[in-house]
Design a protein around this ligand. Sequence first.
Ligand SMILES: N[C@@H](CCC(=O)N[C@@H](CS)C(=O)NCC(=O)O)C(=O)O
Length: 117
Amino acid sequence: MDAGKSSNVAFWEVSLNVKGEAKLTYGANPSTAEVTMYATDWCPFCVRAEKLLVSKGANIKKINVDEQPDRRAEMVEITGRRTVPQIFIGNRHVGGHDDLVSLDRDGDLDALLKNIS
Ligand SMILES: N[C@@H](CCC(=O)N[C@@H](CS)C(=O)NCC(=O)O)C(=O)O
C-alpha cells in the first residue's frame, strides 16, 4: 500500500446521538486527511458539516470557538471569515458548510479527504 494514500479497509464507526445512545455505522475507505473544524456546539451548519464528514470516514479535530475565544480570533485571522464552521482538510481551507457541500456535489471532496487531489 502506498503510504499517505487511501486503503480499501472497511471500518466500524461508533457515534453517540443526543440521548447518549451509541450507533454503529459500517463504512469503507476511511479518510486519511486530517480535518480541522472550527465550530460551536449549537450551530446547525456545524452539525450538518460534521455529519457529511463523518459519513466519509473523516477524522475531525473540532475546535470549539465558544469555549476558546482566542481560537475564534485565530479562525477569523487565518480564514478572513467570522461564521462557523470553518473547515480545513489538511492545510487547505475549504470554507464553511455550503462550500463543503459544493465540493461534494462537484465530486472533489472524496479525493481531498483521501489526500489524492
Ligand atoms: N453559509 C455559511 C453559514 C454559516 C453560519 O451562518 N453560521 C452561523 C452559526 S450556525 C454563524 O456563524 N453565525 C455568526 C455570524 O454570522 O456572525 C456556511 O455554510 O457555513
